[in-house]
Design a protein around this ligand. Structure first.
Ligand code: NAD
Length: 300
């Protein structure tokens, strides 16, 4: 049973909801907020206390967690009107677990420091299934002593919790993760499209390669979804577009050309224009299929 620490949780979407539920299961007292009231009610039904704003969350918690779509959302929830910094007490800790631009993490940390509030950026990988299991990979940036204080809390949501460097390092690590995942899905899409157009059963091709060097966590998570034509998110194309945009911006400022990332980013952009931004990122396959005029599915 966790000690009776009050934890605030802001952002109860695909990821935030199961992460918050795991904190409740671990015995923490939780106060929660989301701009969508039904999402708050779902957590209240599970034993959390509702707050009417991010400020109200911060007023009642020693540790405040945010799990929001993008940097501007986190800035709004933390720095905006009725935001976290209007309510947070000196000595409290803000952990932003959203995937955002590392420069925004550093801006948030500076604003927190001015109020005596500690800050960690702690984005996650593993998607909804691992958020539900409590086995996320959590990559953290911030001071080692602050990290040690909140490690038990992070452990209630993730099986791998790693301090990667100072504030911003968690999100740089997450960008590296997102580059690998996006390029992996795009390569898988091209491979399955080729095999299908050659007349093979993509299910058999997937089973044949998954034990070899091309096998991966990405392949095992996404190939079955494509073959079953299930593009329910999961991880939305919109969000992966945002991550690659942040990766390209960070790379530009460091003068690092990212060739593959740029191409996959254009595929995501085209899919969003076609109204597919809310599909799972495995739907990158739809872009490749359209160019090849073939649909990857199990032979009937
Ligand atoms: P989501 O859109 O499902 O959830 C975001 C939630 O934040 C929503 O419930 C929304 O109502 C709420 N929200 C937005 N602005 C708010 C505000 N100002 N105040 C309070 N609540 C607000 O997104 P998600 O899939 O849960 O992703 C959250 C973050 O986690 C993103 O940065 C994403 O890139 C990252 N992530 C997602 C996955 C995944 O598989 N879904 C995996 C790893 C990381």
């Amino acid at each position: 049973m966790a000690d009776q620490q009050n934890i605030g949780f802001i952002g109860l979407g695909i990821m935030g909801r199961p992460m918050a539920l795991n904190l409740l299961k671990a015995g923490y007292r939780l106060v929660v907020f989301d701009i969508v009231p039904e999402k708050v009610q779902a957590l209240v039904d599970a034993g959390a206390k509702a707050a009417g704003s991010s400020r109200e969350v911060a007023e009642q918690a020693e540790v405040i967690i945010t799990m929001l779509p993008d940097g501007p959302d986190v800035e709004q929830a933390v720095l905006g009107e009725a935001g976290v910094l209007e309510g947070a007490r000196p000595g409290s800790i803000l952990i932003d677990m959203s995937s955002i631009n590392p420069l925004t993490s550093q801006k948030l940390a500076a604003a927190c420091e001015a109020k005596g509030v500690e800050f960690l950026d702690a984005p996650v990988s593993g998607g909804e299934p691992k958020a539900i299991e409590g086995t996320l990979a959590i990559m953290v940036g911030g001071k080692p002593e602050v990290f040690e204080r909140v490690k038990p809390i992070l452990r209630a949501m993730g099986s791998s919790v790693t301090l990667t460097g100072p504030v911003g390092a968690g999100n740089v690590t997450k960008l590296a993760n997102q580059i690998m995942v996006a390029c992996n899905i795009a390569a898988m899409a091209e491979a399955l499209v080729l095999a299908t157009k050659a007349g093979l059963d993509p299910e058999i091709v997937y089973q044949a390669v998954r034990g070899g060097l091309a096998g991966s966590v990405v392949l095992d998570a996404k190939a079955p979804m494509v073959i079953q034509r299930n593009f329910r998110p999961g991880f939305r194309i919109q969000l992966h577009y945002k991550d690659l945009r942040n990766a390209l911006q960070a790379a530009d400022s460091l003068k690092v050309p990212l060739f593959l990332t740029s191409v996959v980013q254009q595929m995501l952009s085209a899919l969003i224009n076609e109204g597919k931004g809310d599909l799972d990122h495995s739907a990158i396959t739809l872009f490749v299929e359209q160019a090849a005029k073939v649909e990857v599915k199990k032979a009937s």
